[in-house]
Design a protein around this ligand. Structure first.
Ligand code: ZN
Length: 324
């Protein structure tokens, strides 16, 4: 019967473990992609705990890493209250605070444990997926975003969850992160939380003052640094107007494209000159992210150079490049 399904390899120390969250094994879920772009013939069996097994059954996606992300997002949602404990308290504060009454004392005793369990489950990375010793290609976690010790499936997911946890309107946090950059999430949260209010007018005023502040900082920085070694931003492109795309099965990140556009970089040569600056900018997140972004950007710029007709007529960002 083994030809009717394929099981992923399970290393010895991971027997009886859910691949998604690390909880005890319940049952294997047979994953079939939908839509099935790669024409996978048989279900891929993944060891699951009871909860992740139930989650899997309700998810239809085209690849295993998307399935993993969706399961993680459901865990985030289900355990939002537990994860919130780490936002509201530190372990020491909880230990020191004097709750009164039986129910509250119970909360104090179990709260940190609940937070840690939820955190471990959402952060759990599984083990590398292989079938009969051959690694399954195309699995990526480069889009994951980590903040304050918690892994999110991507920047958008992080913004959505953090806005919820901190009571900030999501579109507002999105705009602030866009302005200050993904590496300054703590700053962005602080800025949003200390804003005067969240009416449309108040948000617009706060964003204007943030833009003025950033412009001033940029001027100060450019006076300190020598222009030969820094890649200064000469113009602004909003991340929401940039399309990410897939070329030759490689994802080209909108953030990498934004970085290039803002520095007037539209050829491989110009990119090569600024390679160090690129890595300095993106390696703050992770080396792997920087490398993947750079590789994607190279493929993109090469395509634009070698296929000018495509660049002029089909590139979803052609109007943005025309502005350079
Ligand atoms: Zn699980």
């Amino acid at each position: 019967m083994t030809d009717l399904y394929q099981s992923i390899d399970v290393p010895f120390n991971y027997r009886h473990t859910c691949w998604f969250c690390g909880e005890p094994y319940f049952e294997s879920y047979g994953f079939m992609p939908s839509p099935n772009y790669e024409h996978q013939a048989h279900p891929l069996m993944l060891p699951c705990c009871q909860e992740c097994f139930t989650s899997c059954k309700s998810i239809k996606v085209s690849s295993l890493d998307l399935l993993r992300d969706k399961v993680k997002e459901q865990l985030h949602k289900r355990y939002a209250k537990h994860l919130q404990i780490g936002v509201n308290w530190t372990k020491e504060e909880l230990e020191d605070c004097e709750f009164e009454g039986k129910a509250l004392e119970g909360f104090r005793e179990s709260a940190w444990a609940m937070f840690e369990i939820a955190k471990e489950r959402v952060n759990y990375q599984g083990w590398p997926v292989s079938i009969d010793g051959i690694p399954v290609a195309g699995m990526t976690n480069v889009f994951q975003f980590e903040f304050d010790g918690i892994c999110y499936t991507g920047l958008n997911h992080a913004v959505q969850q953090l806005a919820l946890k901190h009571g900030i309107p999501q579109p507002y946090l999105e705009k602030v992160v866009e302005l200050v950059g993904r590496s300054k999430m703590a700053y962005a949260l602080r800025f949003c939380k200390t804003s005067y209010g969240y009416s449309d007018a108040q948000i617009a005023a706060s964003l204007d003052s943030l833009k003025a502040l950033l412009a001033e900082e940029a001027v100060n920085e450019s006076m300190v640094d020598s222009p030969a070694v820094t890649s200064t931003r000469s113009r602004e492109f909003s991340i929401s107007e940039i399309h990410d795309l897939i070329l030759y099965r490689t994802q080209i990140s909108a953030y990498a494209i934004q970085w290039a556009l803002e520095r007037g970089i539209d050829t491989l040569h110009k990119l090569a000159v600024q390679e160090d600056a690129f890595f300095e900018h993106f390696a703050k997140d992770s080396e792997m992210v920087a490398f993947t972004y750079f590789n994607g950007l190279q493929i993109y710029l090469e395509k634009r150079e070698t296929d000018p007709l495509w660049a002029e007529q089909e590139d979803p960002n052609r109007e943005l490049f025309a502005r350079l």
